[in-house]
Each structure stands twice: as C-alpha cells, then as structure tokens.
Design a protein around this ligand. Sequence first.
Ligand code: 5GP
Length: 195
Amino acid sequence: MLNALESAIMEKGIVLEDHILKVDMFLNHQIDIPLIEQMGRDFYDYFKKYEINKVLTVEASGIAIACFTARCFGVPVVFAKKGSHKNVGDNVYSAEVYSYTKGKTVQINVSKEYLNSDDKVLFVDDFLANGAAANGVIEIIRQSNAQLMGVGIAIEKGFQAGGKMLLSSGIDLYSLAIIDKMEKGRIYLKRRELC
Ligand code: 5GP
C-alpha cells in the first residue's frame, strides 16, 4: 500500500525533462499541510531513537518539512541560507553546493550562532538526487563540530547517486518515497519489502 506521500507523487507529480519531478502542487509551491504534517510524524517515528536537538535544512523547499518534523521533536529548525554571507553575517560556516535543478553552484551558509559542538542534528530535505545539498550540509556540520544523527528525505530519486553515497558513508538515511525511475512521463516507485 502506498503511503500518503507516495500517493500524492503518483496522483499529482509531474515528470519534467531530464528526470526532474515537479511536485509544486503539494510540496514546492502550494503546500499540503496535512501531508507535510504526516511526513514530520513519519520522520519523528523513525528518528526518535536518537536524541536530536536541532533539525537542519536548506532554504527554501526543506523548511516546511523541517518545521513539522521539529515540532514533533520539540526542537528548533535551522535552515542554511543560500547566497553570499551578507544576510547571515561573516561569522558563518559555508559550503558550495551544485544545484542539480538550477544548473549552477550556490553557497550555503549557517551562522555560527545557531550550530555548535553540542548539537545532535537531523538533516531533512525535500529531494535527494546526487547528494550535493546533503554533502554541503554535512560539510557545514563538520565545520561546526556538531553531530549528524541522520538524514530524512521526502523524495529520494533512487536512480541518482545520493542515496548510495550517504548509506556507504554509514549515515542513517530514511526516505519516505523512493523513485526507481521516470520514463515517458511515468513515475515508478521503488516497491517496499513486504514484512
Ligand atoms: P542533490 O543536491 O541531491 O543533487 O539534489 C537535491 C536538491 O535539488 C533538492 O534540495 C531539491 O531542491 C533539488 N532537486 C533535485 N532533484 C529534484 C527534482 O526532481 N525535483 C525537484 N523539484 N527538485 C529537485
């Protein structure tokens, strides 16, 4: 049986060229609040085994998911800001991230004020493709000496390298929906193991 996110992907997701999935109807433009709330609860159920004290994401599309997840944990959200240091000040951790959808490299920054060695961090994001955003966030966490406890992804594109990369580095990755392939406008989800 499909979970709520998988059903939304199948019913409302639009396959664009170059294997990009458009989910503006419920996640990236209009936001389906009950759906995102459920996703936050799902991340909480999986990651509650850890003592997480901060949820980290990247602006803008990760923020809503991060907020509902953080609400379940009762912890704050910190989102990495894109662009130069100007809007976060000079006292920042920074990393370069190649944006797969925009075809350009952007800098992401987190103020040193909001991340430090006491933090046990859950990183959440809307999509995992090649893992560039995740790598950037991992680099920022490394600079801050915080601890990455896990990575929660709404939609993992299983045909791209990010998932394998994170798992092979021993990271606890939990994706709510995994897309096996997209072909001729059709979406094929990864089948869940029957237990
Ligand atoms: P990665 O850094 O893992 O290559 O790509 C993840 C980031 O790129 C996500 O934060 C997301 O914003 C964007 N992204 C990657 N693939 C897709 C896609 O198929 N659809 C949408 N809407 N965004 C994507």
